[in-house]
Design a protein around this ligand. Structure first.
Ligand code: UD1
Ligand code: CA
Length: 457
């Protein structure tokens, strides 16, 4: 295959988003919209890709800072799609071959569709091929005008179209293949003599036709794919379609989703077979979940690694945590970043952990806060236990050895160590280190004053 490069237009602000953030950085199914477009171009074999950036250019550049096949070209003023492509000229200096032109706001576009477009363009030795779609409501799009033999003759924007042209329902997707020599020889001839006084890229169609060059339109059979996102309503719709694709892939790979329409799994999440995800869960970031796991209703998981056979019960929130195999969490537990739970750990309801390591088989079953803690294996943390890790200035560590039993309502005032196989009695405030194999108890002796209530009356 000859070389293909891509130009991706992403300089516009996206006024209709009504946002402080440039449109192409708004996330769809967990990643910036522009990333979907870039990956579609890559999947079609295009390299390099030149991103035409303008609004919040630095923020867009940052997304691709470490990716060598992505170059950015600056368009200082947004003078139209034709002007935008002209800005990519330097980025493609010396390139000979086919230029794939896309917009940064079409997250549903698939690599295979672009591959089909490139193949069609080449088989027909065209200088320009536009991807089109026949849709029921063409409002707002450029219309594809064909002659009586069905040949594409021009593209006319909604605002410049005659009533007859507006009635056409074959639209310009804004996705094209163009031969680089044709493109860059003619892009400067595009004029801004139109309703929007913009330099229209679409004018290259009539320019090619006038020069007697092969200019084609190829219609897609899935108009969903070329949907451009202009506002937040379309963003929600595109995100829904992306999530559906992700969910279908997961189900085909052996994951059960109780109600896929109410399951929110981002791009990049991996889940092993025979795991089951109940409704209203959000699973995001680069989360990996093993096989045979159960994720109950209303669980939120972000940037976690979860081993096989884990059970995450309803309403739990897990962030930046690592769980080994057969761990049970929740209901309504909160695992904060830096939590590491070894095999068979049990975290019960209303337990919060942060930078806490728990060894194999250890349990904190109810109402506990474990922060900056290193806990050995086979430890029991009683109900209401708190690591007092923060003195208002610094954080301090609590270390608990293997086989320790911490009774209910214990406060561990860090920094403090409880040696292995010790027992801390219920209600104790631990302020000094406990040696191994010991009992630690700190309680005020109880006094019973009999008849006291009766005398008060
Ligand atoms: C464009 C097409 C229209 C097509 C539609 C498909 C033209 C003249 N019209 O219209 O035929 O049906 O896309 O969605 O090309 N951009 C820049 N710099 C600019 C202008 C635009 O980078 O100076 C970028 C935008 O950020 C956006 C893309 O180009 O990603 C499309 O621009 P937009 O203004 O949305 O074009 P449309 O009016 O939708
Ligand atoms: Ca648009």
């Amino acid at each position: 295959m000859d070389t293909v490069a891509a130009v991706i237009l992403a300089a516009g602000k996206g006024t209709r988003m009504k946002s402080g953030m440039v449109k192409v950085l708004h996330p769809a199914a967990g990643r910036p919209m522009i990333r979907w477009a870039v990956d579609a171009a890559r999947a079609a074999g295009a390299a390099p890709a030149v991103l035409v950036v303008g609004h919040q250019a630095d923020a867009v550049r940052r997304v691709f800072a470490d990716e060598a096949d992505i170059r950015c070209a600056m368009q200082e003023e947004q003078l139209g799609t034709g002007h935008a492509v002209a800005c990519a000229r330097e980025g493609l200096a010396g390139f000979k071959g086919t230029v794939l032109i896309l917009c940064g706001d079409t997250p549903l576009l698939r690599g295979e569709t672009l591959q089909g477009l490139i193949a069609y363009h080449r088989e027909n030795r065209a200088v320009l091929t536009v991807l089109t779609a026949v849709i029921a409501d063409p409002h707002g799009y450029g219309r594809v005008v064909r002659d009586s033999d069905g040949r594409v003759v021009r593209i006319v924007e909604q605002k410049d179209a005659t009533p007859e042209e507006r009635a056409l329902n074959e639209i310009n997707s804004g996705i094209y293949c163009m031969e680089a020599d044709f493109l860059f020889a003619n892009i400067d001839s595009v004029s801004s003599d139109n309703a929007q006084q913009e330099f229209y890229l679409t004018d290259l169609v009539s320019i090619a036709v006038k020069q007697g060059l092969a200019c084609l339109g190829r219609s897609t059979d899935d108009p969903d794919e070329i949907m451009g996102v202009n506002d937040r309503i379309q963003l929600a719709e595109a995100s829904r379609i992306l999530r559906r694709r992700i969910n279908l892939d997961l189900m085909c790979s052996g994951v059960s989703l109780v109600d896929p329409s109410q399951t929110y799994i981002d791009h990049g999440v991996r889940i092993g077979p025979d795991s089951i995800v109940h409704p209203n869960c959000s699973i995001s970031g680069s989360t990996v979940i093993g096989s045979g796991c159960t994720i109950e209703n209303g669980v939120s998981i972000k940037e976690c690694t979860i081993g096989d056979g884990c059970h995450i019960k309803a309403g739990s929130v897990l962030e930046g945590s690592v769980l080994h195999a057969d761990v049970s969490v929740g209901p309504m537990a909160h695992l904060r970043p830096g939590t590491l739970l070894h095999d068979q750990v049990k975290i019960g309801n209303f337990v919060e952990t942060k930078k806490a390591v728990m060894g194999q088989g250890s349990k904190a079953s109810h109402l506990t806060y474990l922060g900056d803690a290193e806990i050995g294996s086979n430890v029991n943390i009683g109900c209401g236990t708190i690591t007092c890790n923060y003195d208002g200035v610094n954080k301090h560590r609590t270390v608990i050895g293997d086989d320790v039993f911490i009774g209910s309502d214990v406060q561990l005032v860090a920094p403090v160590t409880v040696g292995r196989n010790s027992l801390v009695a219920a209600g104790t405030t631990v302020t000094v280190d406990v040696p191994p194999d010991s009992l630690a108890i700190s309680r005020v002796a109880q006094v019973n004053k009999e008849g006291w209530r009766l005398k008060k009356k």
